[in-house]
Design a protein. Structure first.
Length: 274
């Protein structure tokens, strides 16, 4: 039996929650704006944000006048969202710790539903799609996002390749192989097939956004703080992780060069009608 991914548990997301909030929210807000536009969310509409993290979409939706129920299984992520709600003085968001595969909402409650880079990690994605469909009113639109294949971002592919090679050297042939197993929902066809089992008129858009960093080292340092698999490796390996970090940075510098760098991350944003 295939073991569930560690990313399907709250622990790694609890670990990265503060840095994730402080450093990545502006990047994730770019796709959140697209998702809100695709769902045609209007002021006063009630929407649900499943696997909301620190509320990249929830906050934008509330600022546009929507009433948002935001749910995540990571208590630390919900704490971050609650902190943002207080800081921004928002009243239209109700954060809650919960399971996206068993939503604690009545059937047909919401005009729109979202899961930005969350549902892709569910152990039972079919249940996640079905639950999102259940809580939407007839005709409501769901929008989810997922990453494309690792190979679509050469810098990330090189970095994880170096991590795998170095882990074999440091820990032996049975070492974990980060990035070796393909993630779910990484192609348009996969998104259409899985979302189409629960929703009608599924559309998938491939959207990339560039982000600039002072150097490859700055990019790697952000990954060390915010990337859940990398943070888990760092925690479990202790001092041995320094060898992996050196190899990962060298791989990034080979691809990105020296000086200021630009990395384009590409997502698939899928929408469907309940």
């Amino acid at each position: 039996m295939t073991q569930p991914s560690p990313l399907a548990t709250p622990m790694p997301w609890n670990l990265v929650a503060p840095a994730y909030t402080d450093e990545l929210v502006p990047m994730f807000e770019t796709w959140a704006r697209d998702a809100l536009a695709f769902a045609e969310v209007t002021p006063g509409a009630r929407v649900v944000d499943v696997a909301c993290g620190p509320g990249s979409l929830s906050v934008l939706a509330a600022q546009r006048g929507a009433r948002v129920d935001a749910l995540d299984f990571s208590p630390a992520m919900i704490e971050q969202l609650e902190r943002r709600v207080t800081t921004l003085g928002l009243t239209g968001i109700t954060p809650r710790v919960g399971d996206g595969q068993a939503l604690p909402y009545e059937t047909g409650t919401f005009a729109a539903g979202f899961s930005m880079f969350g549902l892709m990690f569910f152990p039972d994605r079919a249940k996640g799609f079905a639950e999102l469909r259940r809580v939407l009113a007839p005709g409501g639109r769901a929008v989810i996002s997922s990453w494309t294949r690792l190979e679509d971002v050469p810098a990330m592919a090189a970095m994880f390749g170096a991590l795998r090679e170095t882990m074999r050297t440091v820990l032996g042939p049975d070492a974990p192989q980060p990035g070796a197993q393909e993630m779910p929902l990484v192609t348009e066809d996969l998104c259409r097939a899985e979302m189409g089992a629960a929703f009608d008129k599924v559309e998938v858009r491939r959207i990339g956004y560039p982000r600039r960093y002072a150097s490859a080292a700055a990019f790697w340092q952000q990954i060390e703080r915010t990337n859940a698999p990398t943070v888990m490796m760092k925690k479990s390996m202790g001092e041995k992780f320094a060898v992996l970090a050196d190899a990962a940075l060298a791989a990034l510098e080979r691809v990105l060069g020296s000086g200021e760098v630009e990395v384009t991350m590409t997502a698939l944003v899928s929408s469907g009608i309940a």
